[in-house]
Structures are given as structure tokens and as C-alpha cells.
Write a protein that binds this ligand. Structure first.
Ligand SMILES: *Cc1c(COP(=O)(O)O)cnc(C)c1O
Length: 215
């Protein structure tokens, strides 16, 4: 339930001595239909995350016609051929992880005269199958995005390895963000958002704890 999660977040924010204004709940509505999303909008949620451009384009414009202050976050991998649509639809992209995508986003932003907030996705557990830039390449990639492409990078994002304690990975991401002078930390999902809040998350991405399990 949305309100239960909001209460848990507020409780955790207090307990960990964080400032509530620094912790944003991204409600992950992927796979859920407009009928499931609308009650959560009615309860006041305004930041939503989707992992597929096509799915978001199919369901959000109609909802945004009614709830016009919604901010949409892309939290899934971005294919270069979807960049134009993604830049048009989303306010924030959490998954910038390679030069080609940085190039495409920069070009599209110019074309559309729109500046998004962006996170660099880091492959924090160095997993071969996972998206994200390797830690060893992070600093160079960050400089490329900012200096050469003039991208508005606001932070780092990660999805830690499954079946491990997320804590050490969140702490590592925090350390690297700090080293780059970045404040934003997109980390923590339904199972570990409290740990993420403790370790400095500014954006937690919560889906199933709000909507129930996805099948
Ligand atoms: C699906 C997804 C989430 C939400 O996961 P839950 O476990 O349902 O909270 C968060 N981040 C990303 C990148 C996702 O794809």
C-alpha cells in the first residue's frame, strides 16, 4: 500500500537523521495499468518510474492530461533508437551507462530544447550480465558526459547483485558519488529501501511494496 510505504519512509528518514526533502519516492508502476495507478495518483504520488519507453508512452500521456504535475523517471535500459521518445516523455533518466547513449541524449535534448536530470548507472557488483558502467570507467565517463556532452548529471544509480546484502554496495556507490561531487543517489527498491535511506539514497525506486507482486 502506498500510504504504508510513505509512513515507513517517514519513520526511517527520522530514525536515520535524514531530511525528508532529500529522499524522493519514485513509485515504480511498470507492468501496472492506468486503473491501478490512478488510486496512487489520487493519494498524492507525483513521481513515477517506468522501465520501458514503449509501455510508458502507451499509458502515461492520458494520465498526465489529468495529473499534469507528474514527473516521469526512466529506470530501465535505454536503446538508442528510443532516445527521441524517451527525452520527450521523461523528466529524469536513471540509466545513462555508455557513450553512445550520452551522445544520443545530448543531441535529442538540443533538438527538443529540453534538459533532463540524469543519473549514471553503475554496475556496482561488476556483474557481466548487468547494465551499468564499470567502476573503473566511471570517472572518465562522468567527465565525458559533463565536459563534452554538457549533460545534467545529478547522481549515480545502481541495482546491487541479487541475494546479497545491499548495504555494502550502497555504501560503495555513495563513496563514488561523493568523490565526483554528486549529491544524487538512486538506490533501494522494495526489499532494501530502508538500508538505502540509511546510506544516503536521494531516490528510492519502489514498485511491488506499493502495487503488489508483478506476474
Ligand atoms: C522494477 C524495478 C524497481 C522496483 O522493484 P520492486 O522490487 O518492485 O520495488 C526498481 N528499480 C528498477 C531499476 C526496476 O527495474
Amino acid at each position: 500500500m502506498y500510504q504504508d510505504i510513505v509512513s515507513e519512509i517517514e519513520f526511517t528518514v527520522k530514525k536515520e537523521g535524514r531530511n525528508g526533502a532529500d529522499v524522493n519516492l519514485v513509485v515504480v508502476s511498470k507492468t501496472f495499468a492506468a486503473d491501478d495507478i490512478e488510486p496512487v495518483l489520487e493519494l498524492g504520488a507525483r513521481i513515477f518510474g517506468e522501465n520501458r519507453v514503449q509501455e510508458a508512452a502507451a499509458k502515461w500521456p492520458e494520465l498526465q492530461a489529468v495529473y499534469n504535475d507528474v514527473k516521469l523517471h526512466l529506470i530501465g535500459p535505454l536503446q538508442s533508437n528510443k532516445t527521441a521518445e524517451a527525452v520527450a516523455l521523461f523528466d529524469v533518466i536513471h540509466t545513462v551507462d555508455r557513450k553512445k547513449i550520452a551522445d544520443y541524449i545530448a543531441a535529442e535534448q538540443l533538438k527538443q530544447d529540453k534538459l533532463l536530470e540524469l543519473f549514471i548507472q553503475v554496475n556496482i557488483g561488476d556483474e557481466p550480465q548487468k547494465a551499468g558502467i564499470a567502476l573503473a570507467e566511471l570517472a572518465d565517463f562522468y567527465r565525458y558526459c559533463v565536459d563534452e556532452k554538457k549533460l545534467n548529471i545529478i547522481g549515480l544509480m545502481c541495482i546491487p547483485p541479487a541475494a546479497h546484502d545491499s548495504g555494502p554496495y550502497f555504501a560503495l556507490l555513495h563513496k563514488h558519488a561523493k568523490a565526483l561531487g554528486l549529491k544524487g543517489l538512486s538506490m533501494g527498491m522494495s526489499a532494501d529501501f530502508k538500508t538505502a535511506i540509511r546510506l544516503g539514497a536521494t531516490h528510492i525506486r519502489v514498485g511491488s511494496a506499493i502495487f503488489g507482486s508483478r506476474d
